[in-house]
Design a protein around this ligand. Structure first.
Ligand code: SF4
Ligand code: SF4
Length: 230
C-alpha cells in the first residue's frame, strides 16, 4: 500500500458518506428525531417507557460510537477500515475540530424508567452537538451503517422485501462491503464498487420518494407510526 493511499480512499469514503447523509436527511432523520417512539415498536420494549430527566437524548449517538472503525457484514473479510484510511479520516477530523472549536460537543443525559422510577445516565458521542452530528462526511462506519429494526422493516416494506437492495440485517445497503473494497482494493475496483453502491442507493431513494408521494404523509416515520397506532 502506498503512503498516500489513505487520501484517495478517504475521497471515496467521503463521497459515500455524503450520499448517505443526503438520503438520511431526506427520508430517515424524522425517525431519529422521534427515537423513543421508534424504539417502542421493538418487541423487547413492550411495556417499557422512559422519560427524559436531563439533557438531550442522543438516539444512537452514544459515547464511543463515532470512533468505531469495525466492518461487519456477509463476505466482508477485513474486520476494520484500513489503517491508512482511518489515519486520513482522523487527520481531517482533527482539522475540523480545531476550526470549529467553539461548537459544544459531547455531554450527558439522564432518563427515568417509568416502571420502577430508576434513573439511567448516559454520555453523548464526543462529536454530538446541539444540532446532532458535527462531523458531516467524516462520521464513522457504524454511524452510516446502523439502522434499527423498525426502520429496516419499513424500508423493506417500501422496497418490496428485496434484501438485494436494502442489504442484509448486519450490512445496510452493503455499506460495510463497499467500505471494505474502498479500504483494501485498487482504485479501479474501489470506484466500480462505489458506482454499484450509488445505483443501489438510487433505487432505494426512488422507491422511498414515490412511496412518500403516494402516502401523502409528512415523512416515512409519520406514515408508519400512524399505521402502528391503528
Ligand atoms: S436508528 Fe433507530 S434507534 Fe438509532 S437514533 Fe434512529 S430511530 Fe433511534
Ligand atoms: S460521529 Fe456523529 S453520527 Fe456518529 S455517533 Fe458521533 S454524533 Fe452520532
Amino acid at each position: 500500500m502506498q503512503v498516500d493511499d489513505g487520501f484517495w480512499r478517504l475521497r471515496l469514503y467521503k463521497a459515500v458518506v455524503a450520499d448517505l447523509n443526503e438520503f438520511f436527511a431526506a427520508f430517515l432523520s424524522d425517525y431519529c428525531c422521534n427515537c423513543p417512539q421508534v424504539i417502542a415498536r421493538l418487541p423487547e420494549a413492550a411495556g417499557e417507557s422512559f422519560e427524559l430527566v436531563a439533557g438531550v437524548y442522543p438516539g444512537c449517538c452514544h459515547r464511543g460510537a463515532g470512533d468505531i472503525f469495525r466492518l461487519e457484514g456477509v463476505g466482508v473479510e477485513r474486520s476494520h477500515l484500513a489503517p491508512e484510511l482511518v489515519a486520513a479520516l482522523q487527520q481531517e477530523r482533527a482539522q475540523l475540530l480545531r476550526r470549529d472549536n467553539r461548537v459544544v460537543r459531547g455531554g450527558a443525559y439522564t432518563i427515568r424508567r417509568l416502571a420502577d422510577q430508576t434513573t439511567v445516565r448516559g454520555a453523548h458521542c464526543r462529536y454530538f452537538g446541539p444540532q446532532g452530528c458535527t462531523l458531516g462526511v467524516l462520521k464513522g462506519p457504524l454511524c452510516i451503517n446502523f439502522i434499527c429494526p423498525p426502520i429496516r422493516d419499513d424500508l423493506l416494506a417500501i422496497c418490496n422485501d428485496d434484501p438485494d437492495l436494502v442489504g442484509p440485517e448486519e450490512d445496510f445497503l452493503f455499506i460495510y462491503r463497499t467500505l471494505a473494497v474502498i479500504s483494501y482494493e485498487d482504485p479501479f475496483r474501489a470506484e466500480a464498487e462505489v458506482d454499484l453502491f450509488r445505483q443501489r442507493l438510487l433505487g432505494v431513494k426512488e422507491l422511498c420518494r414515490s412511496f412518500a408521494e403516494s402516502s401523502k404523509c409528512k415523512s416515512l416515520f409519520d406514515y408508519f407510526n400512524s399505521t402502528q397506532e391503528q
